[in-house]
Design a protein around this ligand. Sequence first.
Ligand SMILES: [Zn+2]
Length: 161
Amino acid sequence: MQARFRRQKRRDTAPELALRRLLHRRGLRYLVDARPLPELRRRADLVFPAARIAVFVDGCFWHRCPEHGTEPRHNAEWWKDKLARNVTRDRETDRSLLDAGWLPLRFWEHQPSADAADVVAAAWAARRPGRCSGGQRRSQASSRVTVSKTAPAVDGPEALT
Ligand SMILES: [Zn+2]
């Protein structure tokens, strides 16, 4: 269990693959492990350039999930520091994206993929081009998405084909 959390796998984690599969099935197309903003040296797990949505599936250990985040006892100081830096970096990334008119969406790896897919699909449907011809739309949405069981159902977007 611990070993699984410790391995800092950058992409293609199981929860990420599950989310990708669900979104693809709904007709959403995206870039994988890409930079939302070329000038920002940060990658998102999924990027929707036209809708300007960056999706992150955060590992519970590496990003300090309140439910599963742990601090190793061995080298405790080093780990504390390292994990705190990860979290700070996440917040900075979110801020930069919001400033640039993007919507960062973060999910914990422990969240059900179907719930995450609902949130992404709803955001995508609301932000995709063609719906509204406004210019820079800034979102004040909180970056950490809390998925509740009572989240409204989302109509699946029509397939692109
Ligand atoms: Zn967790």
